[in-house]
Design a protein around this ligand. Structure first.
Ligand code: HEC
Length: 150
């Protein structure tokens, strides 16, 4: 018993340091608590899928990849477009679960399906159809932004 007490006393400064260290680490910084933290979305009632980030996080990356597709169309890099269109299709498939409204779901599903067609056209190295579908999906992206005023 005496030995345990002595040991504890000897290690006390070390334990105190660890506790303090962990404590400071856990104190949220300004960036953590405010703008950098993704806003949580209320779950869609009865949904199996619950988003953990704001739609803006998805849109930001969707747009990066979308812009790359335009460049790759000019350079006729259909193998890259094939992969990018498939990935964007899945992003739009996920997007449909961020809001409950039918219009939201319709825009998401419509853009998803056009992107899937774009993936197929690019797989077949069909540049003309891929370019046509790129314009088609653009109208759906804009349609949703107009409807939700974003
Ligand atoms: C189902 C509706 C919907 C569809 C479809 C949609 N968007 Fe969006 N988009 C939004 C909403 C809502 C926002 C606003 C997000 C925010 O800032 O909170 C947004 C924002 C954006 C932004 C601004 C993001 C930023 O960094 O601030 C870009 C760029 C964008 N979308 C690109 C696209 C592209 C490209 C497509 C099509 C491939 C697309 N969106 C399809 C709903 C949609």
């Amino acid at each position: 018993m005496e030995l345990v007490k002595t040991q504890t006393r000897r290690f006390f400064p070390l334990i105190a340091l660890i506790v303090l260290g962990v404590g400071f680490y856990c104190i949220p910084t300004q960036a953590d608590s405010d703008k950098d933290k993704p806003k949580e979305k209320p779950p869609v009632k009865g949904a199996l899928y619950k988003p953990v980030v704001d739609i803006e996080v998805i849109m930001h990356k969707v747009d990066d990849i979308y812009a790359e597709i335009e460049e790759n169309l000019e350079k006729k890099r259909l193998r890259t477009i094939k992969k990018d269109a498939a990935f964007l299709a899945e992003m739009m498939n996920i997007t449909q679960h961020f809001q409950k409204e039918k219009a939201w779901k319709d825009f998401s599903v419509k853009s998803r399906d056009i992107l899937l067609k774009m993936h197929q056209a690019a797989s077949k190295k069909d540049q003309a159809t891929t370019a046509k579908l790129y314009k088609e999906v653009d109208a759906v992206c804009e349609g949703c932004h107009d409807k939700y005023d974003v």
